[in-house]
Design a binder for this molecule. Sequence first.
Ligand code: 2PG
Ligand code: MG
Length: 432
Amino acid sequence: MSRIASVDAWEVLDSRGSPTVRVRVETPDGSGTFTVPSGASTGAHEAVERRDGGDRYGGQGVRDAVAAVREELAPVVCDRDATDQRAIDAALVESDGTADLSRCGANAVLGVSGAVAHAASAARDVSIYEHVAGLAADDTRSADPGALPLPMVNVLSGGLHAEGGIEIQDFLVIPAGAGSYSEALETVRGVREAVRRRIVDAGHRPLVADEGGFAPPLAGIDDAFDLLAAGVRDAGHEPSREDVAFAVDVAATHFYDEASGTYALDSVDHRLDAEGMADLVARWTDERPLVSVEDPLAEDDWDAWTTLHDRIGDDVQLLGDDLIVTDADRLDRAIERGAANAVLVKPNQAGTLTRAIDVVRAAQRNGVAPIVSARSGETCDATIADLAVGLDAGQIKIGSLARSERLAKYNRLLAIERGIGRYARPTFGGGR
Ligand code: 2PG
Ligand code: MG
């Protein structure tokens, strides 16, 4: 028992220089701070972040969300036991009163929820990942933390994260053959550096996008895969499912035209319908060591997801981000329909830590692989690293091995590795 004595909030800037909410929660036994991230390629069904509008920061200010924390949410949680995350999150959701948390703002609600977890772990004198493991314990799961997650790391960026680049948002590598988390980072660093060299040798500048991935001029999707494969070989590895595998985040909703039901993919030179997208993904999985495909179809095209899943089967991770938006009901629906076999987990899509934890546990119980993920707008808050370990998620997606808001999380995992040697070995598409 550690009663919350005070809650403060203020506006800070994220990795894109956009305002975001930072919250501090104090108890007599320990205090904690959490900073809310923010997406660019957001799903329509995410919990809604509150922005001020008006002139400040082009309308992106969060003073109203900060005021909601101080004036509305602080009185709700003060005097409550910080270690009872579930009760606190339920009270926050009830006080907001909307399903998508749009009244106070999901950025206000998650800010308090996250800071409470930090304060509670400080009060209990345990690491966040240990605290989270305790929060996730139930009849089928002990309170022990899990293994270090396998990272999927962005190397080439496009879509809304690199305007003017290729439509596909992320080309990532998964160092499947590494024997430990730290070895995985070393492998990825080698690949990223080799890709950087090739970009420079081709006469381009190795400029990075929102998540630190390179965004060179590329002739098309195959060109991107070829560059990735060449970088892997230059680094002394094999582009293969066993050594360095590939992943993509297509983020297809952002080039989907609802009126015509087609996907506008200039880089393959035409508009594709859902079947055309499925053909494209099937070709990639045949020709490339691709083990994970995120959002290859639009966020509400449920039937097309099921058809694609039936077609490519479970050798590949079919990963729902905008499709599921870390929402328990949409996860249920994806499971019922067989629409996906993996779910991206972003706490700010859900709006509270408890909701995010529940989605991970529901996924694990149903053989769906949870991948804990950062947003494209981040700060040096490293909480998701602890979440991945505490929940034994098995995989994590943070962005590239560049930019301090990304490295803060990779480096947090290196610190956790000093206490936990276990390293996850997921089977892609097969659940866990
Ligand atoms: C995604 C994320 C992170 P954003 O689509 O998976 O890469 O991007 O935070 O912009 O939604
Ligand atoms: Mg995504």
